[in-house]
Ligand binder design. Structure first.
Ligand code: UDP
Length: 459
């Protein structure tokens, strides 16, 4: 096993996550992995969604001012792009100053900085590090398939797939990138130009770094990873599933309600539907009502995460469920504001996962061997849902307008006895086993972690 001490010097790896839950978690998992191999860790972060340093006493933390960043969490493609642009802009000068000071201090110690691992959305900051002589690695949080879409974005525009002109085109296949349909692409009709720019910066962040790190594994995306290795001039390290591989302490930004695990203990095996839409997506008041009645009418036990701010237009702290919902589901369900999701999904009582298909949730669902009900919102979520229901065939997607009847039918397909649910559950278990194999001895991700550690030692 490769470790940092192999060369006789203590090496420090710097991290800079994008400040969202779905980006912070895997970066801390990667940091945990490298720390376990003997590297010292410094995490640079903005003030927005700052990580809890006390949960990681072995790491150094450097706060970088983010003056001018929007204060709210983004819940649309447009708002996310505005955030990304402003993190890069606001942090450029203060990051340069803080990194230069850190390098100066390191020179006085028997330790040196090996590299910066930054989110692939932080092109400006990766450039700052290289300008100060620090090699960089880009951590891309999304599937290999999604990153292929980003590299293909200019082609997709040239061929007229994007920007989407009419909703009637959404079901048309993207011939060059099966199984994507136009509607599965990360697109924004309203802000096409800005999206193209933001995505092209991600690709540049990767191609100008010394390697691309992906939280996926070979058995899940063998063809997509092979295509990336063929097309990219930088090495690709698929080291996922990071949450299974890494001993990282919790990096949850919200307090997780662990009481729901006790409730799950009392439920029959594979009986509970777990419902969560991640940390950013928001729903309309009418979708909340359809979701609630679809869950209630399914007759199944459920654990539902209603995150503060989930419902557009509702006060963040108090989400009201429709009249009669409590009575209709009494004794059959639990609602929490934030759950220990990985543990929930791994619980034997959970038999289905209604997800927005953020990449972390998708991967966590895959690793738990749980079939998924997909209801994607934006960005890469539609493409992830397409892989769940069309490639891995471990779930169903609810398309179009959300209606309680569709929800009830989808839950019954997913969790009911007989086909097609039984086939989805069987394939989900097979994927779970291949995820476990990938991080076992000589598994593809374990081998890639060793290669990544060797690369960092040589930097
Ligand atoms: N998560 C959690 N508790 C919850 C809901 C989500 O800990 O109640 C975690 C989940 O395990 C995942 C992350 O939040 O690691 C969400 O990331 P994802 O990429 O799925 O979605 P995003 O929030 O970025 O849309």
């Amino acid at each position: 096993m490769a470790t940092a001490a192999a060369g006789g010097r203590r090496r420090r790896v710097l991290f800079f996550p994008l400040p969202y839950q779905g980006h912070i978690n895997p970066m801390f998992q990667l940091a945990g992995l490298l720390h376990a191999r003997g590297f010292s860790i410094t995490v640079f972060h903005v003030r927005f969604n700052a990580p809890d340093a006390s949960a990681h006493p072995a790491y150094d933390f450097v706060s970088v001012p983010d003056d001018g960043m929007p204060a709210d969490s983004p819940d649309t493609v447009q708002a996310t792009m505005d955030h990304i642009v402003s993190v890069n802009r606001a942090c450029e000068a203060p990051f340069r100053e803080r990194l230069a000071a850190l390098l100066e201090r390191q020179r006085a110690r028997a330790e040196d900085v090996a590299c910066l691992v930054a989110d692939s959305h932080l092109l400006t900051l990766l450039g700052v590090a290289r300008g100060l002589g620090v090699p960089t690695l880009a951590l891309r949080l999304g599937s290999a398939a999604c990153f292929r879409c980003l590299t293909a974005f200019p082609m997709l525009c040239d061929k007229g797939y994007l920007p989407v002109q009419e909703s009637s085109q959404l079901d048309a296949p993207v011939v060059e990138l099966p199984p994507y349909r136009i509607g599965d692409l990360p697109a924004s009709a309203a802000a096409h130009g800005q999206l193209r720019e933001v995505l092209s910066r991600v690709v540049t962040a990767v191609t100008t770094s010394s390697g691309l790190i992906l939280d996926t594994f070979d058995a899940l995306e063998a063809d997509e990873l092979a295509a990336l290795r063929r097309d990219l001039a930088v090495p690709v390290f698929d080291v996922g599933p990071l949450h299974k591989l890494s001993p990282a302490a919790s990096s949850s930004l919200l307090r997780q309600d662990r009481g729901c695990l006790d409730w799950l203990d009392g439920q029959p095996p594979a009986s509970v539907l777990y419902v969560s839409f991640g940390s950013l997506a928001s729903v309309s008041a009418s979708d909340l009502v359809e979701t609630a009645w679809g869950i209630a009418n399914s007759g199944r036990p459920f654990l539902w995460v209603l995150r503060p701010g989930l419902v557009r237009g509702a006060p963040p702290s108090s989400i009201s469920l429709p009249d009669g919902f409590d009575a209709a589901t009494r004794g059959r369900g639990v609602v929490v504001s934030w759950a220990p999701q990985e543990e929930v999904l791994a619980h034997p009582a959970v038999g289905g996962f209604w997800t927005h298909c953020g990449w972390n949730s998708t991967l966590e669902g895959v690793c738990a061997g749980v079939p998924m009900l997909c209801r994607p919102f934006f960005a890469d979520q539609m493409g992830n849902a397409r892989y769940v229901d069309h490639v891995w065939r471990t779930g169903v997607t609810i398309d179009g307008e959300l209606q309680r009847g569709k929800v009830e039918a989808a839950i019954s397909t997913l969790m009911g006895a007989g086909e097609p649910g039984a086939g989805m559950r069987r394939r989900a278990l097979e994927l779970k086993n291949s995820a476990a194999a990938s991080i076992g001895e000589a598994g593809s991700s374990s081998v890639n972690v060793d290669m990544l550690v060797s690369l960092i030692q040589s930097m």
